[in-house]
Structures are given as structure tokens and as C-alpha cells.
Design a protein around this ligand. Structure first.
Ligand code: NAP
Ligand code: F7E
Length: 348
């Protein structure tokens, strides 16, 4: 018999790759989607329907992490063997604007899901999308499962609650519930307001002559950026273990936002020269002298996470999981994908 999985956040970057992976592995996937005034299923449309034929291994249900009765019904009705809780208000900067909403969805939403499992008594495995943002103002370099946390945003504080409630329900009620502490992972499906995708889209438009420049915030922030399809494979492996546990998934490399910009222009045959400092810093094209990058303080955060770099030794040893895509390849995949799409869309 086919295994059944329930996925919150299925319309997001990770949810779409995870749904693909699970269907490939022979699962029946049930996804929770939010009602929206405009279409929000573009990342999974190719999975849901192929040439007007509905995929019999994918079912979508309206729901929300803010609605416990909905989550209870979903768990009761679907009886999933595995649950992946990927739904979240996932934007760090936005969490400063909507801190209470972020806490409701990211923190209490996780509690609601765990309670639904506990109250139905269902034997299932629960994956929680934890994050390297928990390390925030980092206490050691690199960060592993034992590194102390110091969250630096309402998003990170909400995810910290979720992390601990997962551990508590595991200890208190013997639930199979595991945290994947994932460092940044990106792809051609990344939301366009996250910095990597903002750069891959912006640089493509500049080189195609559609836009003149991009405005960014902190160019010196360092992130450990991996490739999302490999990270969702890690999520699945986390639930295939015999005992629940928490795992870091990362690449073990760190790069600045500035380096991401440089490499993105390099992919399209251009070189960037930087001058100035802070909000006065600019990036110009070496070939033409055109100013293509400027710094705008509206993208600065009240508290920033300066440096993240993960140590994935435990995942490698226990799960046999390792990242494959290197930083340069990730930049290239994202830029080439956007460049081609934008070129085609504009008949260039
Ligand atoms: P994403 O693209 O922003 O997707 C978030 C998903 O959550 C979307 O499907 C969204 O639905 C859904 N969602 C938002 N609010 C919801 C609510 N109230 N109830 C139910 N669903 C809701 O995020 P992602 O990059 O795929 O990340 C997946 C998860 O991993 C998130 O929990 C994120 O915090 C966490 N995480 C991400 C990274 C990363 O680098 N990508 C690293 C560590 C942890 P709509 O499509 O309707 O908006
Ligand atoms: O920012 C800097 C910004 O928004 C990365 C989420 O998936 O990963 C993600 O959170 C860095 C920050 O991702 C701009 O200040 C500069 O230092 O792409 P981001 P994030 O904040 O790291 C973690 C692991 C998650 O869990 C989250 O869900 O880039 N930066 N200029 C900028 N960031 C943005 N968004 N836009 C800029 O213009």
C-alpha cells in the first residue's frame, strides 16, 4: 500500500520540491493550501494536472496553520504516515512588520499541528521546518546541533518556540517529531523577495536592458546557501530514521551577498567594480561604467544575522546526506533560469 504524506506549505519553494520527491517515491501526497484572491499554486500546477488529467497521487485541501479545527480534521481525515510542516510566514524582514501574525503561524501553528496529532492518537512522523536563523547572533563558528541559539527577529523567535515545542512533545508524549535545522537553500523557485532570487532576476533584467539597476540592503551579510531540491531530500531522510532527532542541513560554505551579486554578473559575462561605503556604496559594470547596484537602507533590518555557516556532520553520518551543488553552480542555475525566462517573455 502507498504511504500517505501531509504537507503544509506545499505551494512554497520547498513544498513544491518535496511534493515532487514524495510522488516520485510512490507516496500519496495531501497538501494544505491557503485561499488567496489570486492564484498561488503556480509552483505545483505541473504536478496537479498534466494535459487536463488530474494527478491521482496529489490532493489539495484548503487550510491554514491558524485554524486548529482545520488541522484536526486534516489529520483525522488523511491519516498520514508522515507530516511535513513547511507552512510559515517565512520572510525575516517582513516578520518585523507582522510579528504577532508571524508568531501565530510559525510558533502556535506548529503547536496546533502537534496537538492535532496528540489528540487523534495517530501514529505518524512529524517534520518541523526549523532554521539556521535560530543561531542569529552566532555563539560559535560553524554552527551545529549543539550550538546555543540567539534569535535576531520575530521570525527566529517564533521558530525557536516551534523548535522547543517539537522537542517537548517528543519528550512528553513520545511523538515522533524531528526538527530539520536548515541553512538557507535557494533555487529557481525561490520567492522573488529573498535576496538570491532578487539578484538573479535583477541582474538578468539589467543585462537584457529591461531595468537599469537593483537596490539592495546589507551586502556584507554572509550566508550558507545550498540548493533546495537537495535539502528536501534531507527532510525526507530525517523522517526515515527509527528514532526522532534534530539535524543541521547545510553546505559548510559561507559567502557574502556581495559575492552573490559579483558571481551573478559573471554568469552573464559582466564584471562589477565597487566603490563608496555603507549607503553610498555603488556597483558599476566594468565594461560600460553603468551604475547597476545601489544600497538602500529600507532593506536593512533592525537586527541582522551577520554570519551563518553550518556543520552537517551529524546528517552525513546518520542520514548519509550531503549537499552536492556548490555556490558557483547555484548562482549559475538561478541566473540562467531567470535570464532565459525573462528573455523569452520579452521576445528578446
Ligand atoms: P516559502 O516559499 O515562503 O513558502 C511558505 C509556504 O507556507 C507557502 O506555501 C505559504 O502559502 C505557506 N503559508 C504561509 N502562511 C501560512 C499559513 N498561515 N497557513 C498555512 N500555510 C501558510 O518558504 P520556503 O522557502 O519553501 O520554506 C519552507 C519552510 O522552511 C518555511 O517554514 C521556512 O520558514 C522554513 N525554512 C526555509 C529556509 C530556506 O532557506 N528556504 C531555511 C530554513 C527554514 P502561500 O503560497 O499561500 O503564501
Ligand atoms: O536575506 C541580506 C539580508 O531575505 C539574506 C528565509 O528563507 O533563510 C531565509 O532568511 C541576507 C540578509 O534570507 C537584501 O539582510 C541584502 O542578511 O534572502 P534573505 P534570510 O533572511 O537569510 C532562512 C534560513 C530562513 O529560515 C528564512 O525563512 O541578505 N539582504 N539586501 C537582503 N535581503 C533581502 N531579502 N532583500 C534585499 O534587498
Amino acid at each position: 500500500m502507498k504511504k500517505t504524506a501531509l504537507v503544509s506549505g506545499i505551494t512554497g519553494q520547498d513544498g513544491s520540491y518535496l511534493a515532487e520527491l514524495l510522488i516520485e517515491k510512490g507516496y500519496i501526497v495531501h497538501g494544505i493550501i491557503r485561499r488567496s484572491s489570486s492564484f498561488n499554486t503556480f509552483r505545483i500546477d505541473h504536478l496537479y494536472k498534466d494535459k487536463d488529467i488530474l494527478n491521482e497521487n496529489l490532493f489539495l485541501h484548503y487550510g491554514d496553520l491558524n485554524d486548529s479545527s482545520n488541522l484536526n480534521r486534516m489529520v483525522e481525515k488523511v491519516q498520514p504516515k508522515e507530516i511535513y510542516n513547511l507552512g510559515a510566514q517565512s520572510h525575516v524582514q517582513v516578520s518585523f512588520e507582522v510579528p504577532e501574525y508571524t508568531a501565530e503561524v510559525d510558533a502556535i501553528g506548529t503547536l496546533r499541528f502537534l496537538d492535532a496529532i496528540k489528540d487523534t492518537g495517530l501514529k505518524t512522523k512529524f517534520y518541523q521546518a526549523s532554521t539556521s536563523e535560530l543561531y542569529g547572533k552566532v555563539k560559535e563558528i560553524p554552527q551545529n546541533e549543539d550550538t546555543p541559539f540567539h534569535p535576531r527577529s520575530p521570525y527566529a523567535a517564533a521558530k525557536l518556540y516551534a523548535y522547543w515545542i517539537v522537542k517537548n512533545y517528543r519528550e512528553a508524549y513520545n511523538l515522533f517529531a524531528s526538527n530539520g535545522i536548515l541553512f538557507n537553500h535557494e533555487s529557481e523557485r525561490r520567492g522573488k523577495t529573498f535576496v538570491t532570487r532578487k539578484i538573479s532576476v535583477g541582474v538578468s533584467k539589467i543585462v537584457l536592458g529591461i531595468e537599469k539597476n537593483i537596490s539592495l540592503g546589507n551586502l556584507d551579510a554572509k550566508r550558507d546557501w545550498g540548493y533546495a531540491p537537495e535539502f528536501v531530500e534531507g527532510m525526507w531522510r530525517i523522517l526515515q530514521t527509527s528514532d526522532p532527532a534534530d539535524f543541521v542541513l547545510a553546505t559548510g560554505e559561507t559567502h557574502t551577498v556581495r559575492e552573490f551579486v559579483e558571481k551573478a554578473f559573471n554568469v552573464l559575462g559582466e564584471e562589477i567594480i565597487w566603490s563608496g561605503e555603507g549607503v553610498s556604496e555603488i556597483g558599476v559594470l566594468k565594461r560600460t561604467g553603468q551604475q547597476v547596484v545601489n544600497v538602500n537602507e529600507r532593506y536593512f533590518r533592525p537586527t541582522e544575522v551577520d554570519l551563518l555557516i553550518g556543520d552537517y556532520t551529524k546528517a552525513k553520518q546518520t542520514l548519509g546526506w550531503e549537499p552536492k551543488t556548490k555556490f558557483e553552480d547555484l548562482v549559475s542555475i538561478m541566473v540562467m533560469s531567470d535570464f532565459k525566462k525573462i528573455k523569452q517573455r520579452n521576445n528578446l
